[in-house]
Ligand binder design. Structure first.
Ligand code: NI
Ligand code: MN
Length: 227
């Protein structure tokens, strides 16, 4: 199994049995110009919320791949309104677990806001706990540090994707606390360096995580790591 970073909070996971793409925001991202979205053929797109920097390419990629879009009920309804057919949408809510071709996905808490690109109500923002093969992976989405993360402490997570860019989400220092809350030593940073307010010092971030005994992986756009 592997993870590929496409910039911002866009991550593809090649899991056991199927592939997943989180929060596709590629064509508006100047730093991701080298990525051709027509080459992305996920089996599922998982959305954490409907802010534009998470859904910009969902319709185009769904159309070219015929994948299933997974989201919280109200964000799923927005996706349906954009022309994605109902039989290609899985809408669910906090606490729920869905069975998929890759294993399971549980919808978990995220502390953020959520509106659709036309500024309508998008439901709540969410994170996902993925179980595939022998791996457990947490994709936090956009979130502040929150005590609810401690509910994942006994999951024995192998990997967690955490926002580290500050300003719109937690920053590096809170992400280190979050890694402690979820009891996970292998963190992949997301939601940083895309726009001026979320630019970070990568070396300083890695050093701070290392000082806390946690591995922070920061992937160049288009790069992969083995899960
Ligand atoms: Ni957001
Ligand atoms: Mn965001």
């Amino acid at each position: 199994m592997k993870a590929t970073f496409y910039g911002h909070a866009t991550v593809a996971l090649a899991l056991e049995g199927a592939s997943v793409l989180f929060d596709p925001f590629i064509t508006p991202n100047e730093q991701a110009k080298a990525i051709d979205i027509d080459t992305l053929k996920p089996d599922y797109i998982l959305l954490t919320h409907a802010h534009d920097d998470h859904v910009a390419d969902v319709v185009a990629i769904q159309k070219s791949s015929d994948c299933t879009v997974v989201a919280v009920v109200e964000t799923a309804a927005w996706a349906n309104k954009q022309g994605i057919k109902g039989d290609k949408i899985i809408a669910f809510n906090f606490g729920g677990t869905i069975n998929t071709k890759f294993g399971t996905a549980k919808m978990v808490y995220a502390l953020h806001t959520n509106s659709t690109p036309d500024l309508q109500y998008g439901g709540v923002p969410v994170g996902y706990l993925i179980k595939s093969g022998d791996k457990k992976i947490y994709f936090a989405g956009d979130t502040a540090l929150t005590l609810e993360m401690k509910l994942l402490a006994d999951e024995k997570l192998d990997w967690a994707f955490l926002p580290i860019g500050d300003h719109f989400t937690m920053g590096v220092d809170d992400a280190i606390k979050a890694a402690g809350f979820i009891n996970c030593k292998n963190i992949v940073g997301i939601h940083y360096n895309t726009f001026p307010p979320i630019v970070i010092d990568e070396e300083e971030a890695k050093q701070k995580f290392a000082d806390a005994g946690i591995n922070l992986h920061l992937l160049p756009i288009g790069a992969s790591l083995t899960l």
